[in-house]
Design a protein around this ligand. Structure first.
Ligand code: MG
Ligand code: MG
Length: 256
């Protein structure tokens, strides 16, 4: 596979396979979202993921990845990412739940995340989710050939900070392809003193802002995975895998 500044460039055939991988992820996330309601244990969503992976004949990308024990990352309220599904954790009215899911299809990865409200959420909580989703789309608009990678980062950061929300720095987006995590890292803020790579057609990027109601500082719980906000304020997470084409960004992780 061709590379530019260490970033793999995918051809149309490979992007087609990645569209398929991400279409499957998107359909699974649709179904998870339809099942979000008060009273549901979060393990129910893990079970849906595993059943659908079997039916589609794909491998869940996260299960076993660096020892992660589940197919689904399921993060509630102050949990940012990498939360564990559990039969003892029951969704409550007013919670928010972030699902992050990936699959491998024909050797290529799909990766996408969405946050859902459980029943009725407060207007502040709704705003957090809306701003996070919008910041992702605003970042994606910058994913055009000739721009710099950090144009994406800057667009996300300035949009989110304009609402006085925190943008998580500890976790970043990434290139994606025949590996779950490829170069480049995609921060949701502009790192000081660094220069991003120029964007080129054929790059496939997983862009994933994580936004908090408070500070951007993160703490990892004793299970060694679950990342929470240090100040325990709520956090939302949206992620799309996108391909950069000569016509602009193509969102791969979208249902039809
Ligand atoms: Mg993800
Ligand atoms: Mg990702």
């Amino acid at each position: 596979m061709k590379k530019f500044r260490g970033v793999f460039l995918k051809n149309d055939n490979e992007i087609g396979l990645m569209r398929e991988a991400n279409r499957i992820v998107s359909r699974i996330l649709d179904e998870l979202g339809e099942n979000v309601k008060p009273g549901v244990p979060t393990m129910a969503f893990e079970e849906i993921c595993r059943a659908r992976c079997d039916e589609y004949g794909v491998r869940p990308a996260f299960l076993g990845y660096q020892g992660f024990p589940f197919a689904l990352c399921c993060s509630i309220n102050e949990e940012i990412v990498h939360g564990f599904p559990s039969k003892d954790r029951i969704l409550d009215e007013g919670d928010i739940v972030s699902f992050d899911m990936g699959v491998v299809y024909e050797g290529f990865f799909g990766d996408s995340a969405r946050t859902f409200g459980v029943g009725t959420v407060s207007s502040e909580t709704q705003k957090l989710m809306d701003v996070t989703r919008e910041s992702l789309l605003i970042g994606i608009e910058q994913a055009v050939p000739g721009n710099n990678l950090y144009d994406i980062s800057a667009a996300i950061q300035s949009y989110v900070e304009g609402f006085d929300f925190g943008i998580v720095r500890r976790f970043v987006g990434h290139g994606i392809g025949s590996h779950l995590h490829e170069k480049p890292e995609i921060p949701n803020f502009v790192p000081k003193g660094m220069t991003g790579v120029p964007l080129k057609a054929g790059m496939v990027l997983a862009i994933e802002p994580m936004v908090t109601l408070g500070s951007h500082e993160v703490e990892v719980l004793e299970d060694k995975w679950t990342a929470v906000t240090k100040d325990r304020t709520l956090s939302a997470h949206f992620e799309h895998s996108i391909a950069i084409t000569s016509d602009g960004p193509m969102i791969l992780s979208r249902s039809d």
